[in-house]
Ligand binder design. Structure first.
Ligand code: THG
Length: 366
């Protein structure tokens, strides 16, 4: 299998650098190629846990909201109360449809009162935000700026970031960010990233300088043996991080996938989906997300399908992702289960014709 590259499949500014670094497996996300393998998945996992890894996550596209009503538009789009969010801070900010279905789970960055970025997961939010702005008569432009994140993740990420930017980055709080430069390459540095190992994201704001930034970070990280990586499916499952579109379907609401704490029920009625979510909250969601610890101690390959979860031969939900956990030495994954299936339950996972026993557990695993 080979991917036919066309002008519709946009390239990351770091693309050439990732190829030079040995990228050989790619996924597609927001109509861009996402590097997902450099030849040794296990070494990359341990590098993320023990050292520092750099990821081309330019696929985390930014939707910019700009204008006098940008803040109002941001609040209409997200179920989280952002009225006290200050410039220079980010927030995990679920977006829902009118019936309360989770349609994206971006990080919202407030750059100024009239300027926000939605750093989106893999769904087309520009169309949505533009339509909402127009239908509500708001003074806000919605567009995709020239911004491409490069993530530094792992316990040594702070050392590398401090070597590049100075010690002030050590004081950055989670999701806080600041506009700065690496040499003369313009970017925004934030403490954030899709792992629980700590780290930073460098939002490059000049796409012509991707190769230079990649090389500068590689050089600066050499003392800590930095290496190329990617949003790590194994670590994120162990840590309980959601993959929108992977762990969600076209009916999933935030309560089903542990995002209820990002729904502020007393935001105004103008917020899209909030009325539906108040009702769902009152009657209780149909499903909930829990972990599965599968029987057996042989690593099974990661899966690209949802597997039916059964109890006493009855379908009770789906296993939405899975991985071999090197730390737990078990195959683990998330499941969206009927709400009467609780931690401690025994279930079976129907996987390629085989029924595999599993224990239902709370998330996160680690
Ligand atoms: N960084 C940036 N953009 C992104 C992602 C990212 N866009 C796509 C995708 N990831 C969006 N999804 C998430 C999911 C989880 C988190 C961030 C983005 C995350 N969660 C923390 C947690 O769950 O522990 C913190 C949440 C909180 O504030 O409580 O970081 O990674 N730029």
């Amino acid at each position: 299998m080979e991917i036919f590259q066309t002008t519709r499949l946009r390239c990351s500014p770091f693309y050439d650098a990732t190829i030079a670094a040995g990228a050989e497996v790619f996924s597609v996300y927001n109509r861009m190629l996402l590097p997902c393998g450099y030849g040794d998945a296990e070494a990359e996992y341990w590098r993320l846990l023990r050292g520092v890894s750099m990821w081309d996550v330019a696929v985390q596209r930014q939707g910019e909201l700009r204008g006098a009503d940008a803040g109002r538009l941001a609040q209409i789009l997200t179920t989280r109360d952002i009225s006290t969010t200050e410039a220079g801070r980010g927030k995990y900010a679920p977006l829902c449809s009118h019936n309360g279905v989770l349609i994206n789970d971006p990080v919202l960055l407030k750059l100024a009162d009239d300027r926000y970025w939605l750093s989106i997961a893999d769904s087309d939010i520009l169309f949505w935000a533009r339509a909402v702005a127009a239908e509500r008569g708001l003074n806000a432009r919605v567009f995709e700026p020239d911004v491409s994140p490069l993530a530094l993740q792992g316990p040594k990420a702070e050392e590398v970031a401090a070597a590049i930017f100075g010690d002030w980055v050590r004081e950055l709080k989670f999701f806080a960010f600041r506009e700065t430069q690496a040499g003369d390459i313009p970017l925004i540095v934030a403490r954030s990233g899709w792992s629980k190992q700590g780290g930073f994201e460098l939002y490059l704001t000049d796409g012509s300088r991707g190769g230079e930034l990649w090389n500068l970070v590689s050089e600066a990280g050499r003392p800590w043996d930095i290496g190329p990586g990617y949003p790590n499916g194994t670590e994120r499952i162990e840590s309980g991080l959601l993959s929108w579109g992977g762990d969600t379907d076209d009916a999933t609401n935030p309560y089903e996938v542990r995002l209820g704490k990002y729904v502020d029920l007393d935001v105004g009625d103008e917020v899209i989906g909030i009325k539906a979510l108040r009702e769902i909250h009152a009657r209780g969601a149909a499903r909930h997300q829990l972990g599965l610890l599968l029987d057996g101690d042989e690593p099974s390959p990661p899966h690209a399908l949802w597997y039916s979860v059964r109890r006493e031969s009855k379908h009770v939900g789906d296993m939405t992702c899975g991985t071999w956990s090197p730390r737990l030495k078990r195959n683990i994954g998330f499941a969206l289960l009927a709400r009467d299936i609780l931690p401690g339950a025994r279930v079976e996972v129907l996987k390629d014709g085989d029924e595999i026993g599993a224990d239902v557990v709370e998330l996160p695993f680690l």
